[in-house]
Ligand binder design. Sequence first.
Ligand SMILES: NC(=O)c1ccc[n+]([C@@H]2O[C@H](COP(=O)([O-])OP(=O)(O)OC[C@H]3O[C@@H](n4cnc5c(N)ncnc54)[C@H](O)[C@@H]3O)[C@@H](O)[C@H]2O)c1
Length: 269
Amino acid sequence: MGALTGKVAFITGAARGQGRAHALRLAAEGADIIAVDLCQQISSVPYPLATAEDLAETVKLVEETGARIVARAADVRDRAALSTALQAGLDELGRLDFVIANAGIAPMAGEDAWQDVIDVNLTGIYHTVDVAVKPMIAQGDGGSIVLVSSVAGLVGLAAPAAGSLGYAAAKHGIVGLMRVYANLLAPHSIRVNSVHPAGVQTPMIDNEFTRKWLDGLDTQGGPDMGNALPVQVLQPEDVANAAFWLVSDAARYITGVTLPVDAGYVNKR
Ligand SMILES: NC(=O)c1ccc[n+]([C@@H]2O[C@H](COP(=O)([O-])OP(=O)(O)OC[C@H]3O[C@@H](n4cnc5c(N)ncnc54)[C@H](O)[C@@H]3O)[C@@H](O)[C@H]2O)c1
């Protein structure tokens, strides 16, 4: 029996990258999964977002662990669609214990990307918590919510382009949401924390556009992207391990915390 047997987790951006790693980590501990991803492109994002095939692969990998999964294509910007997707999961799996609000985009050089990055990375996180909170409170068993921010939500890290500024603003905004929800939901024994990864090896940064953008920052004397520990990028599983700890009973009195998963990046600033 796993540490999370009998629990259900709602995870956004679950088709690949960190979202898939969260799904697999929690499933390996016995949790069932409600997975959501956009499975479409957003025009201001210059690298490919996940596809329906990616989400199907997450389904297959989760099922291989023996866990159940309900997966739906839905846009975190669309509150009604997100709510419908969650309800499909609730109907089949019967409960909700954890939320990993993870979906995000990084249109860093986009001069027209401000609105999209705020809509997905901030409003989308709000929608995710908003649709999940009612069933969690009604269930009356407490729970744990993890909001995925970034080191860019803790330090002044951005390039002077609307997409990059919007990314930093949204990721800081997540901290505000997290702190308020932690207070609002504490009487219901629902804990809320944020995680703040440094660079993680996923398709968000492991693509031609982002590699070029990061190289450009280097050559223009941009912000130092180096971690303190001798590691250039983290793996999605490193963030999934931290989120697993946060949702588990091992962290039962941890709420309202900004947890860097960053190989010492923030402390080095
Ligand atoms: N990779 C990094 O270096 C890094 C560092 C710090 C924080 N983060 C954050 O981690 C989270 C996960 O990113 P990742 O690294 O796994 O990247 P990723 O691009 O591999 O995964 C993001 C997922 O979100 C999905 N998505 C995008 N817009 C959506 C929408 N509107 N509705 C539903 N799903 C949507 C994408 O299709 C994709 O599957 C993001 O919030 C990102 O900002 C990433």
